[in-house]
Design a protein around this ligand. Structure first.
Ligand code: SF4
Length: 361
């Protein structure tokens, strides 16, 4: 048993953590990417105003018959320009059903890879291919193969926040909105290896009652949430609905606090970002406390403009998501960069895991 310093003491005894791999430190840097250098040194882009960039983007998207997909954590201007804004699952579904020959994916790299896997006959572009993910970086395909060798009968469930070669090693993919359903669809007698997010894994374990082997990965943005952040926010806004993302580092503690009656059960909700959007549209609560990446606030305010949304942690910012900017989106459409391709042998195996997930939803 490996002790995880970010888990609350009471949970250390409830989960068996994998013994082969401490949490990775391979967090990719986006301090100054090649795409950033390219837009700064471009002969045209630095001289265009925001409005001119928008007009050129509007013209090019029509000319190229392109669809722009944006994740809920993208900066507001990118969300506003997109044809569709959503969570990972919704974006995969949109990519799979669009007729447009060109998809410009405003999100992080593994999401664009998923679109490329699902749409082998379409061109998928990402405005900055260095838009990585600290969570996806915590596990490699080789590490999954080693883990499977230790549990040869195990069923591997991989969160979509993984690279394509990791998905290729999985039996099922899942997102935060369907992870519980995916695990419930696996026969009771099967051993489950769940990766890479331990907080989502702990949440699924609690919701399904299934004991799973959990990979010790985490997203640095969501792992930064602490139970004190939640308690302090609730003290300040006692009438608010509390919306938690299952990747948050505090979710396990909050589930425990809920069970103990320390959090208001009728006003505490664990949702994917797509679930949060559905919730605020129908909830009568005038104030919502939101515990996820702050890009979500723009989306929620647009969906329910008459309500008040408070970020539980205002500095919960994913630098990878913010790597996608207006100048880079314009250059992507203008120059056809950067195309995301997944080798067919890997894509085929990864597609099987993604399609199994889509069948369960
Ligand atoms: S918020 Fe976390 S999980 Fe999402 S893309 Fe950023 S680093 Fe990855």
């Amino acid at each position: 048993m490996v002790k995880n310093p970010t888990l609350p003491t009471e949970l250390q005894v409830q989960v068996e953590l994998p013994t082969i791999m401490p949490r990775s430190k391979r967090r990719p840097s986006v301090a100054y990417t090649e795409a950033q250098r390219a837009v700064e040194n471009d002969a045209e882009i630095p001289y265009l105003s925001e409005q001119e960039l928008i007009e050129r983007i509007q013209h090019l998207r029509k000319e190229r018959n392109a669809i722009i997909l944006a994740h809920n954590y993208q900066i507001p201007i990118i969300q506003d320009l997109a044809d569709f804004v959503g969570d990972s699952l919704q974006l995969s579904q949109q990519a799979a059903k669009t007729d447009a020959p060109l998809i410009v994916f405003c999100g992080v790299h593994f999401m664009a890879e998923t679109a490329a896997i699902l749409c082998p006959d379409k061109t998928v572009l990402i405005p900055d291919p260095e838009a990585g993910c600290s969570l996806a970086a915590t596990v490699t395909a080789e590490e999954v193969r080693q883990w499977k060798a230790q549990h040869p009968d195990g069923v591997v469930v991989a969160y979509v926040n993984t690279n394509a070669d990791v998905k290729a090693e999985a039996d099922y993919c899942c997102t935060s909105s369907n992870a519980v359903k995916v695990v419930q669809a696996i026969p009771e007698d099967k051993e489950i290896l769940f990766l890479p997010d331990m907080f989502l894994g702990l949440y699924v374990q609690r919701m399904t009652g299934r004991k799973m082997h959990l990979w010790m990965g985490e997203c640095h943005v969501h792992a930064g949430f602490r139970a004190e952040d939640i308690v302090n926010a609730l003290k300040q806004y006692p009438e608010a609905d509390l919306l938690l993302h299952p990747e948050c580092g505090c979710v396990s503690q909050c589930m425990y606090a809920l069970a103990e009656g320390e959090l208001p059960a009728e006003r505490t909700f664990v949702y994917s970002t797509g679930g949060m959007v559905r919730h605020v549209k129908q909830s009568p609560a005038p104030i919502h406390l939101v515990a996820t990446e702050v890009g979500m606030m723009h989306r929620l305010r647009k969906e329910a403009p008459h309500k008040q949304f408070i970020a539980v942690k205002a500095d919960a910012i994913c630098e990878y998501m913010k790597t996608i900017t207006l100048p880079k989106l314009y250059r992507s459409l203008r120059d056809g960069v950067y195309e995301v391709r997944v080798p067919e042998e890997i894509a085929q195996r990864a597609r099987r895991a993604i399609e199994r997930m889509l069948e369960v939803v």
